[in-house]
Design a protein around this ligand. Structure first.
Ligand SMILES: [Fe+2]
Ligand SMILES: [Fe+2]
Length: 142
């Protein structure tokens, strides 16, 4: 079956969600939580890099609408801010609340999976999509 951006990114979102869940389940042990948090932080940094530096950039240069792009980048910043608050808590040995992070991250990924990436699959050329698949592979496996 043909590869789609939606399919590739759905899988990536699932991976991020799984680590977030693991993090949540580890909060009874702050030392363990800290280790899993570092993995989560790194995975999400890479995820945003894939989106902003590869997918959004290619979409932008193919004259895609920029309003959604601005909103998505703004939400990335909000998510990074929440992560920073959680990191500060962990640094002080305080158990963080992750409800807000979970909420905004879930809504954000849902929009990408259900609206944004299906639209890119429709609007981008096969060559542009191929380039995205190659670059995503490089970042994820590289
Ligand atoms: Fe995103
Ligand atoms: Fe995403």
């Amino acid at each position: 079956m043909k590869n789609t951006i939606k399919k590739v990114m759905d899988k990536e979102h699932e991976r991020v969600e799984k680590i977030l869940e693991e993090f949540e389940n580890s909060l009874w042990n702050l030392k363990l939580a800290r280790e899993i948090f570092n993995r989560f932080d790194w995975t999400l940094e890479k995820h945003f890099f894939i989106e902003e530096k590869i997918i959004f950039t290619i979409y932008n240069s193919s004259d895609g609408e920029s309003e959604d792009l601005n909103e998505l980048v703004k939400e990335h910043k909000e998510i990074i801010w929440e992560i920073k608050k959680i990191k500060d808590n962990l640094d002080r040995g305080v158990r963080p609340s992750i409800a807000k992070l979970k909420g905004i991250h879930k809504a954000h990924s849902k929009f990408e999976d259900e609206v944004f990436y299906p639209r890119l699959d429709d609007e981008l050329s096969e060559d542009e999509k191929e380039l995205i698949f190659e670059r995503v592979e490089e970042v994820v496996r590289g």
